[in-house]
Design a protein around this ligand. Structure first.
Ligand SMILES: [Zn+2]
Length: 208
């Protein structure tokens, strides 16, 4: 017990005074090995459980599909586990749709007028790691392509809207007249239009 006590104080002053939920587990797990006393802090630990296999090797298994990974904190990083979170078929991703997320990200870049390089900013990357670790943040080149795709799609949609909602001259005349009257402009001499056929009807109607 004295060994454990001394190890806790070695690992960092804060552990002595501030109770940390991960500390008791960590001490328990680590009693077999004095040197490995790093805290499992990475986000992936929310989705993995530590265990020791029959041979005594330290492992971590996915909480959802139970796939085991070597998890000796001194030799194994967390990248394998991070990768697994993206690929795990049982990972609870009901709220995270990859395509929709990518599109929403692109729309955010457009709507908020952000630089494409925003996706490579440290703060944003960290925020995403903490909140949605399974979302693979695209590079700025990819997000540029995504934005262009959103633009093309939206343009197509607008074209369709304008095509289907081709105004008729009569409606147009009423609409413009109402606008002018609303603004108190009842003395209009010229109206500039393009040469679409319904504009002839519009002008004729309005001149009545
Ligand atoms: Zn899994």
């Amino acid at each position: 017990m004295t060994q454990i006590g001394s190890r806790i104080s070695e690992s960092g002053g804060s552990n002595d005074s501030i109770p940390n939920t991960s500390s008791p587990n960590e001490v328990e797990v680590d009693t077999s090995n004095k040197r490995k006393n790093m805290k499992p802090r990475a986000t992936c630990w929310k989705h993995f459980d530590k265990f020791t296999d029959k041979s005594g090797a330290k492992k971590a298994k996915c909480k959802y599909c139970e796939k085991p990974y070597a998890a000796s904190t001194s030799t194994n990083g967390t990248s394998a586990m991070n990768n697994h979170m993206r690929k795990c078929l049982k990972f609870p991703r009901d709220t995270v749709d990859k395509a929709q997320s990518r599109r929403a990200l692109a729309k955010m870049i457009i709507v908020d007028k952000l630089p494409f390089s925003f996706v490579e900013k440290e703060g944003f990357k960290n925020f995403m790691r903490v909140t949605v670790p399974q979302f693979h943040i695209p590079s700025r080149r990819t997000v540029t392509r995504d934005c262009y795709e959103v633009y093309l799609e939206e343009r197509q949609l607008l074209k369709k809207v304008f095509k289907e909602a081709r105004p008729r001259g009569g409606d147009m005349a009423t609409c413009i007249t109402n606008c002018l009257l609303e603004w108190g402009l009842d003395n209009v001499f010229t109206i500039t239009v393009d040469n679409a056929s319904f504009n002839d009807v519009t002008v004729k109607e309005m001149s009545k």
